[in-house]
Design a protein around this ligand. Structure first.
Ligand code: EPZ
Length: 429
């Protein structure tokens, strides 16, 4: 029966049932690369960022930097930025809509120019995702903020040092505040900050640029440097990509070795995967091997801020636990609407019931291939994982969501023996 829907985005075709075997290299972390690329706006000096993954969100970030007037050169996974000639302080809606993290341009623009006009990021499918905490820090330091016609207009004559305790632990809120204060030569204190490795990678870059930052527990003491310098930095490996491929190796009964991981960033994921029955061997300082014990144990998983179990691995674990022996519970504590993948997994035969923040996952013997739709970045990854183990063929639509956060996922999985390929939009099906 011809469907009348016309598709505009590539889709993936996945043939389930093949155990993944082989070695895979982990790319640089998207959520570290984005703030670090924004930090180049803080200085007139040349900045070199290595191990930048080739992702849609990175492409949008580079477009945003060029929109401000910076010159950007991308050679493979290396990006060279010179923001000496910034002549525009306006982040247009067309770019901000594509990537909420565009709000991270506000901190550096305010720090260097005292002005930023950024389109309101708006919500996204996983939740409201406010930016009140970002704005509170700007305001506390003396900024004047006006919202009109969907844009946030922020101006500050002189950034005063602040003492601020975040009402919620926010990754980009912490990153924006650190960059905003990085040229203020007086001592500021931020409490209840986020400690994600991606935040710490930005801290390492700001220190290289001449900013003094000390972190004790969840408190950061910052003494900025008006004469902030350029930097060269290699972005940390992506712990979420690593976790995603570990799940892939485990649920396909495969034998997968990950190279170029940062083991200390994977603690909670390794622990939970072992509880689920994965056999994980550390082969070296940045290498690990994942195999299956032949069964998937039921688990109780609760997402939390780092070093807790990451919300960005929740959807991937749900795909895995759909096949667990028994009943699992997954509680999402960070975002209020991050269960969009449940409906799509149910289409493949998963038995999942959502009660408030908790999904009850009753393990089934088998998942079946179906046509499913990506709704957000990590949800699309969970559908790929389900497709790798489902009986038959799975069609995963709207995979621009996947491309936002995973570099060449189908190529990396094919190298491990997966039967997966990308198809262009073919209009009517
Ligand atoms: C970052 O988003 C990541 N994105 C997300 O990764 C990740 O899921 C999230 O942190 C949590 O770890 C980037 O780093 C680019 P938050 P962010 O501010 O910073 C509330 C992915 O898949 N909040 O830590 O936007 C917010 O609504 C993406 O790669 C406020 O209420 O998340 C949420 O419920 C998805 N007010 C909670 O805090 C604020 O001002 C945590 O959000 C800020 C946040």
């Amino acid at each position: 029966m011809k469907s009348t829907i016309s598709y505009t985005s590539d889709y993936l075709l996945v043939e389930g049932g093949k155990p993944l075997k082989g070695k895979i290299d982990i790319s640089g972390a998207k959520n570290a690369a984005l703030p670090i690329l924004m930090a180049t706006l803080l200085t007139e000096d040349l900045c070199v960022v290595n191990n930048v993954p080739k992702l849609l969100d990175v492409k949008t970030t580079l477009e945003l930097l060029e929109n401000f007037g910076a010159s950007v050169k991308q050679e493979g996974n290396k990006v060279v930025v010179s923001a000496s000639k910034v002549n525009n302080l306006y982040a247009p809606e067309s770019l901000v809509r594509k990537m909420r993290a565009s709000i991270l341009s506000a901190g550096p623009l305010l720090a260097r120019f005292g002005k930023a006009i950024v389109a309101m990021p708006g919500g996204c499918s996983i939740g409201v995702r406010g930016i009140d905490q970002h704005l509170k820090v700007f305001e506390k330091a003396g900024s004047r903020i006006k919202v009109k016609h969907g844009y946030i207009h922020i101006e500050v004559d002189k950034i005063n040092p602040v003492e601020y305790t975040f009402d919620v632990i926010t990754v980009t809120g912490t990153e924006n505040a650190l960059m905003f204060l990085s040229r203020c030569p007086k001592r500021s204190i931020l409490r209840n900050i986020a400690l994600e490795p991606e935040v710490m990678d930005l801290v390492d870059v700001l220190k290289k640029m001449g900013v003094e930052i000390e972190i004790y527990d969840r408190t950061a003491i910052i003494i900025g440097n008006p004469d902030i310098k350029g930097f060269e930095h290699t972005v940390i490996p992506d712990r979420i990509e690593a976790g995603t491929f570990m799940v892939a190796g485990f649920i396909t009964n495969g034998d997968v070795t990950l190279e170029g991981v940062r083991l200390e960033h994977l603690g909670s994921v390794i622990e939970k995967l072992k509880d689920a029955g994965a056999i994980i061997e550390i082969l070296g300082k940045d290498e690990l091997r994942v195999r299956s014990s032949g069964r998937i144990n039921s688990l109780s998983v609760s997402t939390a801020e780092y070093p807790g179990f990451p919300t960005d691995m929740q959807a991937q674990f749900m795909a895995m636990l759909s096949l667990c022996s028994g009943v699992s519970e997954i509680t999402e504590n960070i975002f209020e609407n991050r269960f969009q993948h449940v409906g799509e997994l149910q289409r493949m035969g998963a038995n999942i019931t959502v009660k408030g923040k908790t999904a009850i996952v009753k393990g089934v013997d088998k998942l079946y291939g179906a046509e499913v739709f990506s709704t957000d970045l990590r949800a699309s990854a969970s559908l790929v994982l389900a497709g790798l183990v489902a009986e038959g063929t799975t069609i995963i639509r709207d995979i621009y969501h996947l491309d936002r956060g995973y570099e060449r996922m189908e190529e990396k999985l094919s190298k491990l023996g997966a039967m997966i390929k990308r198809e262009p939009p073919t209009g009517h099906f």
